[in-house]
Write a protein that binds this ligand. Sequence first.
Ligand code: ADP
Ligand code: MG
Length: 217
Amino acid sequence: MLFTELGIDTRLAKQLAHQGITDATEVQERAVPVALAGHDVFAQSKTGSGKTLAFLLPAVQRVIKQRALSKRDPRVLIVTPTRELANQVYSQCRLLIAGHNLSVTKILGGENFNDQIKALHKDPHFVIGTPGRLADHLSHRSLHLQGLEMLIFDEADRMLDLGFKEQLDAINEAANHRLRQTLLFSATLDHAEVTATSRNLLKSPKSIMLSDAHEKH
Ligand code: ADP
Ligand code: MG
């Protein structure tokens, strides 16, 4: 299916076409309309199936098209397990918001904390980060999630494998519970905690479970 048939704006679809991306993958086809409709989503599909756009497209479209629900940025927080994945999500996000006068900041471990405080102080619309450093900024009160509209957990299975449960809980607690929609993506369901965590983080989620749930990773 074409992205426009899933409810994606023509301009965003054109941006994807520039990247040679015209037809949605299965997880995108299933997740995009449900996320655009405002539901929480629990999606599992294998590595390489296109999960990044499955959550970025609804997030970017929401920020572009819908008036902010609060005066407090960021509107979207994306939590990813590693610096490498955060960089990939960041690059794709940059491409999608190009020309829209929107800002995105990366908050990664191993980088200068004070520089990150300055970047957060500019109130970016999107923040993409790794769990440990995001939790550090919450403790330090340099990251505020009271106005958050979308909280996205990318590769939740891997974040749990890496021992980030406590940090995910802290992020969940700090993020506005009334305004926010939550999307949780996982490559596998192997990790016993994935389902338990999803219950804790999501409200009446729509589940999207694709094959290869038990791939090795
Ligand atoms: P996952 O997060 O499920 O492992 P990614 O989102 O990283 O997968 O996507 C894997 C690769 O597929 C990336 O290079 C991405 O650009 C590409 N891709 C994503 N969606 C599409 C699509 N609809 N058509 C063609 N290529 C796509
Ligand atoms: Mg991914």
